[in-house]
Design a protein around this ligand. Structure first.
Ligand code: SF4
Length: 185
């Protein structure tokens, strides 16, 4: 599956033409491109940090990595104002209904990032524990997987920027998820 990169190769490129005219200017674009552009540049994360991966997520917001450079800085503590949930850490069975409720309360279109081995598969240490969910995708649909224990902040930035590019390219959520589970597409 090909991604439409026309508007996504450079995050600074406006998806349309701007013509300077005496006394002003004219902008031409397609409405859908504008929507995708605006949506991709305002991905507000809902934080769901349950263990050590959460520390890496917090450092991604720090001055050194500074994810506000890309428009992700408006981290929300309420699902109704968030577009992307970053699951950073282990999910225990008791917590699973809470995660599902938070996801259900997020407004569409919404995206899910599973950060680290625990969120992807139950984790390297707790996998066979009776109390641990063996991956967030047993509870909610996951769009982006970030492997590692823990993944570094660069990996989270890469995941967010890749998600941003795909939204900008006009991919639907189903197409994004399909590519995540089958990288050969
Ligand atoms: S993947 Fe590793 S670093 Fe992340 S929450 Fe699990 S044990 Fe901690």
């Amino acid at each position: 599956m090909e991604i439409n990169h026309s508007a996504s190769q450079n995050t600074e490129v406006f998806p349309g033409a701007v013509m300077d005219l005496p006394g002003g200017g004219v902008v031409t674009s397609s409405f859908q491109d504008l929507i995708n552009w605006a949506r991709s540049n305002s991905l507000w994360p809902l934080t769901f940090a349950t263990s050590c991966c959460g520390i890496e997520m917090m450092s991604t917001a720090s001055a050194k990595y500074d994810f506000s450079r890309f428009g992700f800085e408006v981290a929300r503590a309420t699902p109704r104002q968030a577009d992307v949930i970053i699951i950073a850490g282990t999910i225990v069975n008791k917590m699973a209904p809470v995660l599902k409720r938070l996801y259900d309360q997020m407004a569409d279109p919404k995206y899910v990032i599973a950060m680290g081995a625990c969120a992807i598969s139950g984790g390297p240490f707790f996998y066979n524990t009776y109390s641990v969910v063996k991956g967030a995708d047993h509870i909610i649909p996951v769009d982006v997987y970030i492997p590692g224990c823990p993944p570094r902040p660069e990996a989270l930035l890469h995941a967010l920027i890749t998600l941003q590019d795909k939204i900008k390219g006009g991919l639907t959520r189903e197409q994004i998820r399909e590519q995540s589970t089958n990288p050969s597409l």
